[in-house]
Design a protein around this ligand. Sequence first.
Ligand SMILES: [Zn+2]
Length: 114
Amino acid sequence: MPREPLTPDQQRHVSEAMRHIHPAYGPDLPFERIAINQGALCIECKACDRRSAMTSDNCAHIHIGNKTLIKSMKFTCQRCGCGSTETRLYNAHTRAEAEMFLAGDPLPDGRKVK
Ligand SMILES: [Zn+2]
């Protein structure tokens, strides 16, 4: 039995509801999501705890259309003498979150990419 199409009023309710859904991307986060959110990819070195944040301004990978999964790339610690590739990755939803992270604060729950 085919379903009746939604009335314009019902459609409006659905799109209203959808606007409030913030999907949790988790480990399948593509680079473009950072660009779309205008957030930042936060990286913490497991070896030396150096923290850094990459945005569309300083990382060529972060642009809309790049569907490469962040977890598929290797990140190298930029601290002189470290160079570890063991990193924790987080998705900061806003630049403000990234600044908090760089200042040493933890990010809110659900931001871990890897
Ligand atoms: Zn390091």
